[in-house]
Design a protein around this ligand. Structure first.
Ligand code: MTE
Ligand code: MO
Length: 320
């Protein structure tokens, strides 16, 4: 029997194929009453398997605002949904889509509690309503390899405000579903499960931090973290936890999956930083899917202007 060595998995999966979410966002407040959402609503209602790429001119127009840099072309739906990191289903990026095909995402709810005034459970239907009330975001998503992904979501802050964090709350902890009937074992995955992530409260409340319920104006495909996943555009990809079932406000920095697996390699903050090497490789460039030459990686994935003030008093080499 061949036993997978977790260190080997780590180096091939997060190392060479590391997915640094490098998302340049375009917030289009007030856009949502539009037709994209009406279309998305129909998809939601019938909840089909993720369709093949169907990007109408209308959707293209809505998710790609005129001020978007010309070279930032969207990756195709096919690309975005066939190269995924989701260890609960497979450690092979090209196998995740097929393994997650029958993942059951209804009924679904996120339980929100911990240091809050009003603990609440949000059904997926509530979350989809939030998305319709709030905004469409558009992100450039980069990470070691990189893609431009038109996420659809709403600010996580909306949930935080609803539960009213207590003064003692300093961090937000997230947890993915773990269902052994549908997912592989922790042993096969090579990491502890359920998958855990965390943010500082101010990072979680930042307007760039969203709960995404779809992409390309459609329901979130299973392999991308259906039915609801985090998107933190200035941090490395593993911070963007998928298929969330639990959110807790805490006083102490919560444990995170990759920090538990390899603390010297993956810190709690994990801000995209081309100047800080991973102990075993440079993080200065990224391989953009659909291009032949590597691109330089930008500090905070290009969001420095929006987020660097969150870290003004911190040594980011120490807090990597
Ligand atoms: N629950 C869970 N969330 C996860 C992961 C995972 O294995 N399990 N992988 C992370 C990593 S390393 C990356 S790069 C992104 C990939 O998201 P994508 O497949 O939508 O591109 O999801 C992140 N969220
Ligand atoms: Mo990743």
């Amino acid at each position: 029997m061949i036993v997978k060595n977790p260190n080997e998995i780590k180096s091939s999966e997060i190392t060479d194929e590391k997915t640094y979410l490098n998302r340049r966002n375009f917030i289009r407040a007030g856009l949502l009453a539009g037709t994209t959402l009406a279309t998305a609503g129909v998809y939601r209602f019938i909840n089909p398997p993720p369709p093949k790429e169907v990007v109408t001119a209308e959707i293209q127009n809505i998710i790609q605002p005129p001020d978007f840099r010309a070279e930032e072309k969207l990756n195709s739906f096919e690309e975005i949904t066939n190269y995924n990191n989701f260890y609960e289903f497979s450690t092979s990026k090209t196998a995740v889509a097929r393994r997650a095909e029958n993942f059951v995402t209804r009924p679904w709810a996120i339980e929100v509690g911990g240091l809050v005034q009003k603990p609440k459970t949000f059904a997926i239907e509530d979350l989809l309503k939030f998305e319709q009330e709030e905004r469409i975001y558009r992100f450039r998503c980069v990470e070691g390899w990189s893609m431009v992904i038109p996420w659809v979501g709403f600010p996580l802050k909306k949930i935080l405000d609803a539960v009213e964090p207590l003064g003692a709350a300093k961090y937000v902890a997230f947890e993915t579903l773990y269902d052994s009937a549908q997912m592989q074992s922790s042993f096969s995955a090579g990491i502890d499960l359920p998958y855990l992530e965390g943010l500082r409260l101010d990072e979680a409340a930042h307007p760039l931090t969203i709960l995404a319920t779809g992409l390309y104006g459609k329901l979130m495909p299973n392999q991308n973290g259906a039915p609801v996943r985090l998107v933190v555009p200035w941090k490395y990809g593993f911070k963007s936890i998928k298929s969330i079932v639990k959110i807790s406000l805490t006083e102490k920095e919560p444990p995170t999956t990759w920090n538990i697996a390899a603390p010297s390699e993956y810190g709690f903050y994990s801000n995209v930083n081309p100047n800080v090497r991973h102990p075993r490789w440079s993080q200065a460039t990224e391989n953009h899917i659909g291009e032949y030459t590597r691109r330089p990686t930008l500090p905070f994935n290009g969001y420095a202007e929006q987020v660097e003030s969150l870290y003004s008093d911190m040594n980011l080499k120490k807090y990597f």
